[in-house]
Write a protein that binds this ligand. Structure first.
Ligand code: F6R
Length: 404
């Protein structure tokens, strides 16, 4: 596998760039030339920008005539891609949650297995060197210290590093072998929204590209999958214009006074709920935690406080709603939880049995992470609105987490 070794000089240059990043981050303020326009805050504006951002990413990468995805930035040859043995994804916060979903996509579309690690924990990973490894480092800002440190370690260990970032020429791009831009434009609100779905989109395309190059996805499959992804944009548009918006706000109002909000999902739905829980914590300063539905009965269910009707928010598309899942929901209800369930629109099995049922457009397993998070971003933001929190600038947080 051809790799350009990272030298001490490269690391010095990156560290000088990083010092500049730190200064830039410290000086980051909202550009007075930008405005929220018709929206009350940037977070809501950026939520509504998601269909356009996704459309832009998706249309740039597909060669319809050849039914092939194009990733010219990746300098590995087809043989080198076929000889990859391992993929590791590293990131922090919201970007880490995008990585959790990407694991499912890469494993679904290729014959590779994937580890996803919090960047700061990657530094403690005992298994430093793997033959033919690709590391995918995700960072909206391209400046997060923990992720940069992990990238440096991955390069030093001989991995081929692909950076996924929103910021042109950010430090991560100087450290990685290849950089993919998510083209989400500047994201002003500290709670990440459009950059998250943009990361999901590029990661999904990258997973499909790896499948194409490794021969696990034939051209017709690539074409179908690509069409499926494009269709998720319409589904997001439908949520943003749907009657579910009022229902989402009612459900958020019912949670606003709760100290503790528990979220349940299955498969990629659990990762989506983790991202939603992070959105609730950072915007509303309420404790929110996500669990896999069936794991909930192995301890966390004891968190339900019947005295305050702890909200349990479940994301349950049709393929997650089997008897075992329903049992858990009804147990939670019996112990005094307030049940708020996001399901697909034709779902009738819970009608009348939960406190709030919010309908999402019907979506495939690939589309659901895009569709569901938009509804959950709105849910989290509305709780913060009711509580009068500073939506775009939550306390103690900044857009870039850098350390000296
Ligand atoms: C949450 C949020 C943070 C960032 C994290 C990593 O809304 O924005 O959790 O995702 O600090 O930042 P990047 O992606 O810039 O490395």
């Amino acid at each position: 596998m051809t790799k350009t070794d990272i030298s001490a000089a490269d690391i010095d240059t990156a560290n000088t760039d990083r010092a500049a990043d730190i200064n830039r981050a410290a000086a980051t303020t909202v550009d007075p030339g930008l405005s929220t326009g018709e929206f009350p805050d940037y977070m809501l504006k950026e939520i509504y920008e998601q269909p356009r951002v996704l459309q832009d990413i998706l249309t740039g990468r597909y060669d319809a005539a050849r039914q092939r995805l194009v990733f010219d930035e990746i300098t590995l040859t087809a043989d080198e891609i076929r000889s990859l043995r391992h993929i590791c994804i590293i990131a922090c916060g919201t970007s880490f949650h995008a990585g959790l979903i990407a694991k499912d996509f890469v494993e679904r579309l290729t014959d590779l297995t994937v580890d996803v690690q919090i960047a700061s924990e990657f530094l403690f990973n005992q298994r430093k060197h793997r033959e033919n490894a690709m590391v995918i480092a995700i960072s909206q800002s391209g400046m997060t210290s923990d992720t940069l440190d992990a990238v440096q370690m991955a390069r030093a260990n001989g991995a081929y590093v692909v950076a996924i970032t929103n910021v042109m020429d950010s430090t991560i791009t100087t450290l990685a072998n290849a950089s993919l831009y998510i083209q989400a434009d500047i994201e002003i609100a500290v709670p990440a929204t459009k950059s998250y779905t943009a990361q999901l989109a590029i990661l999904t395309l990258l997973a499909l590209y790896l499948g194409q190059e490794r021969g696990t996805q034939r051209p017709t499959e690539v074409a179908l999958f690509y069409a499926e992804l494009l269709d998720s944009v319409d589904k997001i548009v439908r949520i943003l214009a749907s009657q579910s918006l009022a229902k989402i706000e009612q459900a958020a109002a019912a949670c606003a006074q709760a100290e503790n909000i528990l979220l349940l999902g299955r498969g990629t739905g659990t990762a989506t709920c983790k991202e939603a829980a992070l959105k609730v914590k950072e915007t509303s300063y309420r404790h929110a935690e996500a669990f896999s539905v069936l794991e909930f009965v192995h301890g966390p269910i004891a968190l339900i406080d019947p005295g305050v009707a702890t909200p349990v928010v479940a994301l349950l598309p049709a393929d997650s709603l089997d008897d075992a899942t329903r049992d858990v929901l009804f147990k939670a209800k019996a112990y005094g939880a307030k049940l708020i369930v996001f399901t697909e629109e034709s779902e009738q099995r819970l009608v009348g049995q939960v406190d709030y049922q919010i309908f999402l457009p019907k979506a495939t397993p690939i589309q659901m992470p895009f569709v569901a998070i938009v509804a959950l971003q709105l849910f989290a933001r509305h709780i913060a609105c009711i509580l009068g929190c500073d939506i775009d600038n939550p306390r103690y947080l900044s857009k870039v987490v850098v350390s000296h």
